[in-house]
Design a binder for this molecule. Structure first.
Ligand SMILES: *Cc1c(COP(=O)(O)O)cnc(C)c1O
Length: 425
């Protein structure tokens, strides 16, 4: 057992025994061989653990999921093909048509769409709430059919901070789990389970991969939520599953119930599996996650200070900056720093913002965040362009907001690039 994040990043997951490969092998195989039909049958009945088809489980993926599980301090985890798939599964695993859940309105645009548009078509209703409201106000959004509460540790792209304790108490008072997307902070900077979250999701596409090579996701369960104590709310976990000969997940798998159900039912039926090759790349990224997060945060803080002092800049949001609205929450939940993403607006609005972005040399305009290379994007014209002006404001995305993902280059060079782009405005 390792105790610090850095050591876990390197040593958890794949643990070779005598004579086995030092680095995680890629099990590039769709199927696994068995000598008896009886054993195979037991695998299909979930009576025995083992691999039989990569759509459900693969040893490379499982090793990487185990590493992320250790980093978060959870009991079980699974990889998915994307962050979108992770958030979809995380909710759909406990919600069905006729159910309701609550999500902070300040979340990633893709998740907002998934919850507000696509899941609505499946008969699952999401109420988006202003996460800054006091608990007494938030209380009013709970209904008898509410099954979960969802938020993001650090919101993309507005970089505000989720108040874990407030939402964990609300969720638990109503007998439902708190699900948190911990993509931007990563478990190196924030461990949501320590603050009451029950389930954590990730777009591993971002810092975990860290090099912009593979789209992927992950779901981790803390094992802390007692499904049986609220059995009537979660029949999928607490009553027999006819598609597995009457297994009741919460009885048979205990703390592993939630992830087992997501694997056995959702992966089986939807198949949003990560390829073992991508899981291998993800594992390489994870080996340096602790080093990179430190550098991302140092660089971002220096740039936030530079922007704050720049008279061409209208405003800067970065929670690690003294005086930021979210500085207190950041210090409480992420004392070692938040992440490398910050948001700012340039005087002169949309037009000046676009000119400024076009003026940059190596800081490039890409639809991405959280990899080694600095990049930026204008959400109102890019990621969030499907949202109406009203929805933009609800999501806290100002029309002049520029999202800057600060990479791990030398910070002097980053500031020089910003400086010359401002000079040519
Ligand atoms: C990118 C992102 C997602 C979606 O992840 P994909 O891997 O692109 O599907 C979800 N949540 C957050 C916070 C993200 O930044």
């Amino acid at each position: 057992m390792t105790s610090n994040s850095g050591t876990k990043c390197i040593h958890e997951g794949w643990k070779p025994s005598e004579g086995e490969p030092r680095q995680l092998p890629i099990y590039q195989s769709t199927t696994f061989k068995y000598d008896s039909s009886d054993v195979m049958g037991q695998l299909f009945d979930l009576e025995r653990e083992g691999y039989f088809y990569t759509r459900l489980q693969n040893p490379t993926n499982d090793a990487v999921a185990a590493k992320i599980c250790e980093l978060e301090g959870g009991v079980a985890a699974m990889l998915t093909s994307s962050g979108q798939a992770a958030n979809f599964y995380a909710i759909f695993n406990i919600c069905e048509a006729g159910d309701h859940f609550i999500a902070s309105s300040a979340i990633y645009g893709g998740t907002y769409n998934l919850f507000g548009v696509t899941m609505k078509k499946m008969g699952i209703e999401c109420t988006f709430v202003d996460q800054t409201l006091p608990a007494e106000e938030l209380e009013k959004y709970f209904k008898p059919n509410t099954k979960a509460v969802f938020g993001e540790t650090i919101t993309n792209p507005t970089v505000t901070i989720f108040d874990f304790e407030k939402f964990a108490k609300l969720a638990h008072d109503h007998g439902v789990p708190l699900i948190v997307d911990n993509t931007f902070a990563t478990p190196v900077n924030c461990k949501p389970f320590e603050w009451g979250a029950d389930i954590v999701t990730h777009s591993t596409t971002k810092y975990m991969d860290g090099h912009a090579v593979g789209v992927g996701g992950c779901i981790v369960d803390s094992g802390n939520f007692d499904w049986m104590a609220h059995a009537e709310k979660f029949p999928g976990l607490t009553t027999p599953d006819e598609s597995y000969h009457g297994i009741t997940y919460a009885e048979k798998f205990g703390k592993g119930a939630y992830i087992t159900k997501a694997t056995a039912q959702l992966m089986r039926d939807f198949g949003a599996i990560q390829s073992p090759q991508n899981a291998f790349y993800l594992n390489l990224g994870l080996e340096t996650l602790h080093l990179r997060m430190k550098q991302h945060c140092e660089n971002a803080l220096a740039i936030a200070k530079y922007l704050k002092a720049n008279d061409k800049v209208a405003w800067v949001h970065y929670a690690d900056l003294e005086g930021d609205d979210y500085n207190d929450l950041a210090k409480k939940y992420m004392p070692n720093g938040t992440c490398g993403v910050l948001a700012f607006g340039i005087k002169g609005g949309r037009e000046a913002s676009i000119k400024f972005m076009d003026n940059l040399n190596f800081i490039s305009i890409v639809t991405h965040v959280a990899d080694a290379k600095s990049c930026l994007l204008h959400p109102a014209s890019h990621t969030h362009r499907q949202l109406t002006e009203e929805q933009l404001i609800e999501a806290g995305v100002a029309p002049d907001l520029i999202r800057l993902s600060v990479g791990i280059e030398n910070v002097e060079d980053l500031i020089a690039d910003l400086e010359q782009a401002f000079a040519r405005l």
